[in-house]
Design a protein around this ligand. Structure first.
Ligand code: GTP
Ligand code: MG
Length: 382
């Protein structure tokens, strides 16, 4: 296990921890019995003792932990017969200031952009928009991501928990470094991309140039014989917004099978979390499957609790959140990490047990990292 100590290992293979300390000493490593040991050291030790030591990845370890509670996180969206259509989850990505937040504001008649510090998005926001396509009411879930270069991890995460990526490129500015970065995240996550060429209201806008530039990166517009939809839009005048929504719905219907069973214990992912002065830990959760309800026991990463309130993207209290709906969840005992998985479990006790185990593991991993740094420092002192 990652972050294991020599005492842990000694117990596993039935030897004295002290002799392992000695073996390592002879190999030139000073490690105490209770200290957590780096993966490569464990492997060296294994080779020396003729043991095949495999270090379990954190993902595998978490899977095992959940399995021990008869739980599984991930792919299972329910039996074929119980599946119902769910809205597509669409992540809006692109270079800083190209108008992602403004575009979402225009789509949902809000004004998030004006409230942001310096007009720069620093956290992931999630919203639902309703639109009519071919006479049918359709919901789309949007995830806003920051374009500033400092937020690579957030963009990568955004691309992972999405069905479709909307790549926003300002028509006056053209393709820029984070445009390419976002494009690569979307490609790596293997999600279909719709390009929104924004700011076409500007005198200096050159939407044709954007098409040419992106073609060089493999996004060839349909009108040039490729298979990527490009939609010219303006978040200021509202031009093209209907077309953009339609393109998204068409892409979802053509390329994806978006269904989930709303009647199973909810699972999802925390896309953002923070500590609110008045309300305590608040996590924005995107539900993947099942329906999350008030009163349920949940575990979110190494946080746990009972759902005290659910708040939708309009700030209204709701009783439940079905698949693809982002909600703020109140009632956690601590703040989970962004990207942590969220599961409804049988009861508070189970939630706490899982959370405690994850917490202990995280601490061990941190310790292992710190002790590795220490050994390196000692090395340089000599
Ligand atoms: P980050 O989240 O920091 O990456 O920026 P962003 O992509 O969300 O850009 P944002 O929505 O904050 O817009 C940046 C600036 O561009 C703001 O001043 C907007 O008013 C302006 N803007 C956005 N869309 C348009 C548009 O369609 N036309 C014009 N003229 N200006 C726009
Ligand atoms: Mg923004």
């Amino acid at each position: 296990r990652r972050g294991a100590s020599l005492t842990d290992l000694a117990e596993k293979i039935g030897v004295e921890a002290a002799s392992l300390v000695q073996v390592l000493f002879h190999l030139g490593e000073m490690v105490t019995a209770t200290q957590s040991v780096a993966d490569d050291t464990l492997e060296v030790l294994g080779a020396e003792l003729d043991y095949n030591i495999e270090v379990v990845s954190p993902e595998d370890e978490d899977r095992e932990l959940l399995e021990s509670f008869d739980l599984e996180f991930g792919e299972d969206i329910g039996d074929e017969d119980d599946l119902e259509a769910r809205p597509p989850v669409v992540t809006v990505m692109g270079h800083v200031d190209h108008g992602k937040t403004k575009l979402l504001d225009a789509l949902r008649n809000s004004n998030v952009q004006a409230r942001e510090a310096g007009g720069i998005t620093q956290a992931i926001g999630a919203y639902q928009v309703e639109t009519e396509v071919d006479g049918n009411e359709r919901k789309i879930t949007f995830i806003d991501t920051p374009g500033h270069e400092a937020f690579t991890a957030m963009r990568a995460r955004g691309a992972k928990s999405t069905d479709i990526a909307v790549l926003v490129v300002a028509a006056d500015d053209g393709v820029m470094p984070q445009t390419i970065e976002a494009l690569n995240h979307a490609k790596a996550a293997d999600v279909p991309i719709v390009v929104a060429v924004n700011k076409v209201d500007k005198d200096t806008a050159d939407p044709t140039r954007v098409r040419g530039q992106l073609s060089e990166f493999g996004l060839v517009p349909e009108e040039y014989g490729g298979d990527t939809q490009f939609v010219d839009v303006s978040a200021i005048t509202g031009q093209g917004l209907e077309n953009l929504l339609e393109s998204i719905v068409l892409t979802a219907d053509a390329a994806l099978d978006l269904r989930a069973n709303p009647d199973m214990p909810a699972q999802g992912v925390a896309i953002e979390a923070h500590l609110d002065k008045g309300r305590g830990p608040v996590a924005t959760v995107l539900v993947h499957r099942g329906t999350l309800r008030i009163g349920e026991s949940i575990v979110a990463g190494s946080a746990h609790g009972r759902v005290r309130a659910l708040i939708n993207d309009q700030g209204q209290n709701v009783d439940e959140a079905p698949p693809s709906m982002p909600v703020q969840v109140l009632g956690l005992t601590s703040v989970p990490g962004a990207g942590d998985n969220v599961l409804v479990v049988d009861d508070d006790r189970m939630a706490r047990q899982i959370a405690d185990k994850r917490e202990a593991r995280m601490r061990a991993a941190q310790q292992a990292k710190a002790s590795r740094r220490k050994t390196l420092d000692q090395l340089f002192e000599q």
